[in-house]
Design a protein around this ligand. Structure first.
Ligand code: PPE
Length: 306
């Protein structure tokens, strides 16, 4: 949803290569069968002038877990991937950026069974502005409930951040956009609210923050987890509970979270206004940006400085 601005280097299988040379063969196995696993991470400029990657280790741990679900052995440790990421950002001389680690079944074997195909691992970074448009963080976005259902846990597990899952996300997102909305919210086959095409979702009602449980079929978002911890620290009651679409219509506030989307308020759901961004959303958003910007010492553990 944003044009990529090239930088100098990409990390691939343990070394830095030139951006232009980071190409793949058309018979790359994952290109045909959707089995790549990936992450999305942000690096922010911080108060002291140094930049820091937000929850880098947690993202790399989830990256390996996605590989585990797909029985794809990613031949690097969390520590090695974190080091590689920090080195890559330094080499590209970026102060704030988005980071995209990806592991995929490479070239050499075809057919659905991926087990003989080699596993290639790459990390790219580039500058990525506000995910849902320049005004989204301040003014909120209009969303709809998708006519597409969320991929189910026994078909294409939402717990794995796998490329093929994003066909489902893209169908929902394109439909929403064509109907004049910024983002789509997917329900599972039971009608329970799951998540946006690339974000988790929260509501606030009567001062209580709530978000669907993982068992309803959604990605265990690292921003979701961060917001839940921040809420506890701010004495905002937070619960995980199944939600149906009318819970969104009747909420006092609704917002979405994600590494790309950060903490984006929602202004309306299916054209029902859900309140101007403010209140608890604003409080959490301000705290979130203060934390990623290195202004809150209690959360230094979440930051990996360059
Ligand atoms: N659900 C989905 C389906 C999802 O893709 C994301 C992240 C989240 C929830 C939030 O997870 P986390 O980033 O850990 O808080 N989506 C990534 C990809 C977006 C894209 O368009 O590409 C992201 O935010 O980086």
């Amino acid at each position: 949803m944003a044009a990529v601005t090239p930088v100098k280097f990409i990390w691939k299988n343990g070394e830095l290569i030139e951006w232009e040379k980071a190409t793949t063969h058309v018979l790359t196995h994952s290109l045909h069968y959707g089995s790549a696993v990936f992450e999305g991470i942000r690096c922010y400029e911080t108060e002291g002038g140094k930049s820091a990657v937000f929850r880098l280790e947690d993202h790399m741990a989830r990256f390996l877990e996605s590989g585990k679900i797909l029985m794809m052995d990613i031949p690097f440790t969390v520590e090695e991937l974190c080091e590689a990421t920090l080195g890559l950002i330094r080499a590209n001389e970026l102060s704030s950026c988005y980071i995209r680690p990806i592991a995929y079944r490479g070239y050499g074997f075809m057919g659905v069974d991926p087990t003989d195909a080699p596993v290639d691992v790459a990390i790219a970074c580039w500058y990525w502005p506000a995910y849902l448009g320049p005004d989204a963080l301040a003014n909120g976005v209009d969303v709809c409930i998708s006519s597409w259902r969320q991929r189910s846990a026994n078909a294409l597990p939402p717990a794995a951040k796998v490329a093929g899952s994003y066909v489902n996300s893209a169908l929902a997102h394109m439909e929403a956009k064509q109907n004049g909305f910024t983002e789509a919210i997917l329900l599972n086959e039971d009608g329970k609210v799951c998540e946006g095409s690339g974000e988790n979702i929260f509501i606030v009602r009567d001062g209580i923050l709530s978000t669907p449980p993982l068992s309803d079929g959604l990605l265990e978002g690292i921003t979701r987890d961060s917001v839940m911890q921040i809420a506890v620290d701010l004495d905002i009651p937070v619960i995980e509970e199944s939600l149906v679409r009318t819970d969104l219509y009747l909420a006092d506030e609704v917002f979405m979270t994600g590494s790309a989307a950060e903490l984006t308020p929602i202004g309306s759901v299916d054209r029902r206004v859900v309140g101007k961004p403010g209140g608890i959303t604003k409080e959490l958003q301000e705290r979130f940006f203060a934390i990623v910007g290195g202004k809150v010492p209690e959360y230094e553990d979440w930051l990996s400085y360059l």
